[in-house]
Design a protein around this ligand. Sequence first.
Ligand code: HEC
Length: 118
Amino acid sequence: MLIHVLRCLLGAVLLLFVNLGSAEATAAAIQDTSRGAVLFEQHCAGCHINGGNIIRRGKNLKLKTLERDDIATVEAIAAIAREGRGQMSGYAEVLGTDGDQLVAEWILLQAQKAWTQG
Ligand code: HEC
């Protein structure tokens, strides 16, 4: 009987840990997403407000355009964020070590949601 109770307790404790772990992961993911949003606001929105492009309208960040230009992946967008492309210069210095990834993930997410925000 005691063993049974102990097993139950152990199970409950383990479950708690697993839940805490995933809550932390979720919190980290939310934090990454908002860092991506802030980076975009600081370094990209000037030209790409709402996923557009105020300089070259056709080179916007809408999903259709990214697919057309074969850059609808986090890697490709991150590379452009770092190194620039055509008329756009790179932002590696201001984005920091993982900022290119974070902002690219955020852009792709917005593109998939048609830049409707929220
Ligand atoms: C000063 C204006 C400006 C800023 C700021 C800017 N971009 Fe751009 N971006 C452009 C222009 C212009 C192009 C078109 C480049 C070309 O092909 O000649 C472009 C193109 C792109 C493209 C390719 C779009 C396509 O469909 O081909 C991506 C992706 C992109 N920018 C991401 C970013 C990210 C990420 C940031 C912020 C780190 C950023 N841009 C900041 C002007 C800007």
